[in-house]
Design a protein around this ligand. Structure first.
Ligand SMILES: NC(=O)c1ccc[n+]([C@@H]2O[C@H](COP(=O)([O-])OP(=O)(O)OC[C@H]3O[C@@H](n4cnc5c(N)ncnc54)[C@H](O)[C@@H]3O)[C@@H](O)[C@H]2O)c1
Length: 388
């Protein structure tokens, strides 16, 4: 069977533009035989010289500084938006209207109003078979897929606690330069949208429950930073955020995110406790899942470490290396985009494994409520807007 060619139009050539391009290149030979051959048609960025150089380096056929050119290009069937948050909404809606399958990085939008418009456009496009994905790549960590399975099989019993601490020290140096993520107009929020969006999505994915109410404390420790012209730029988004959540299943959740967690490069701890057992995961030890069950004999009880690299037992392990040889951060993007391409080729649903624009919207509802709570204080109920 000859793979079907799908042209890729990539908005953004930065961190995520590179991660997604890397995935498209590797998918056909790692998942061989694979029904899709992604063709790198065009890449777009703001800086002419940089985007031209990157197009040559990544091997895109052409480059542009105007994303509209990619929407008009019939050779592009998949529009991948890895731009900064302020450039998610309009290009995604235009691409959906033009009949292209759309991937957008998280957080889906700058705010809930934008997320709603994007969701509506995706819902309409779905009628014509168009697929959409929000790049919540941690749904594709084999250890977290195992966690979801363990929870769904009831091994933890009734869930009491979900705890996430996503901690980086990237902004703990006050001389770290100002950039788009520190500007509300371009980012929508700070660590809330950047880090806690992942935590909100993985909570919904793992527990298969919704969030009823949120209480937030968002704080900016370093309120100005050196700008590109030697001036000082005001930081108007939070560099630390603490959320308390009431979950529909009756459980309590706390989500902490910080970029001033001195000494931590990237630490993401997820801990879940239920009536019958517990789970723990840490991103820098991504090949391991900690699992405790009360059903072990008393003298053997304790957290056990499961190395998720058994080809016969763990998701994705059979495609990669012999058992015991772990995967890393790049692989979660590869798995996510492999899933999306396969869904396009076979007509399968992106959900529940991938996050759709409906999931992106649900996440944005919580972010929006957390911003309100952070400003006004107290609990804020989540609307749970009807999504048909
Ligand atoms: N899933 C993850 O793990 C993860 C990790 C980091 C970032 N992200 C998300 O990915 C997105 C991009 O983040 P990044 O770190 O790659 O940013 P980046 O600054 O490295 O890249 C942003 C890109 O957007 C392009 N861009 C901005 N405005 C544009 C415009 N008007 N026209 C054309 N191009 C434009 C820039 O040229 C640049 O190439 C954000 O939404 C971010 O939250 C996700």
């Amino acid at each position: 069977m000859m793979p079907v060619k799908f042209g890729i139009g990539m908005l953004g050539y930065g961190f995520m533009g590179k991660a997604h391009t890397n995935a498209f290149k590797k998918i056909p030979y790692i998942f061989y035989p694979f029904p899709v051959e992604p063709e790198l048609v065009a890449i777009c960025g703001r800086d002419k010289a940089n985007v031209r150089e990157t197009a040559a380096r990544y091997r895109y056929q052409k480059w542009t500084t105007d994303w509209r050119e990619m929407i008009a290009d019939d050779r592009i069937q998949i529009f991948d938006n890895t731009g900064s948050n302020d450039i998610h909404c309009e290009p995604c809606i235009a691409a959906l209207k033009a009949g292209k399958h759309v991937i957008v990085e998280k957080p889906m939008a700058l705010n809930l109003a934008e997320a709603w418009r994007m969701y509506r456009a995706a819902r309409e496009a779905e009628e014509k078979g168009t697929k959409h994905l929000v790049a919540f790549n941690y749904r594709f960590v084999p250890a977290l897929r195992l966690a979801r399975r363990i929870i769904a099989e009831g091994c933890l019993g009734r869930i009491y606690h979900f705890r996430s601490a996503y901690l980086l020290d990237r902004l703990s140096d006050p001389t770290a330069p100002f950039f788009w993520r520190l500007n509300k107009e371009r980012a929508g929020s700070g660590v809330l949208g950047d880090l806690n969006s992942h935590a909100i999505d993985i909570l919904r994915f793992l527990l298969q429950t919704e969030i009823n109410a949120v209480m937030a404390w968002n704080h900016t420790f370093i309120s100005q930073r050196p700008g590109p012209n030697g001036d000082n730029c005001p930081v108007d988004v939070e560099d630390a955020s603490m959320l308390w959540l009431k979950l529909t299943n009756g459980a309590m959740a706390t989500l902490e995110a910080s970029k001033v967690a001195t000494g931590y490069k990237t630490v993401w701890r997820i801990e879940i406790h239920g009536s019958e057992g517990g789970l723990a995961f840490e991103l820098s030890r991504g090949n391991e899942l900690q699992f405790y069950t009360k059903s072990d004999p008393l003298h053997l009880q304790g957290m056990r470490t499961i190395h998720v690299t058994e080809p016969e037992a763990h998701d994705y392990a059979r495609y990669w290396w012999p058992r015991g040889h772990g995967l890393g951060w790049e692989h979660y993007h590869i798995h996510m985009l492999e899933h999306f391409l396969r869904c396009i080729a076979t007509g399968a649903d992106v959900a529940p494994w991938g996050a759709t624009f409906a999931d992106g919207f649900r996440c944005q509802e919580v972010i929006e409520a957390a911003l309100v709570s952070g400003e006004k204080g107290g609990w804020v109920d989540i609307n749970h807007t009807q999504l048909e």
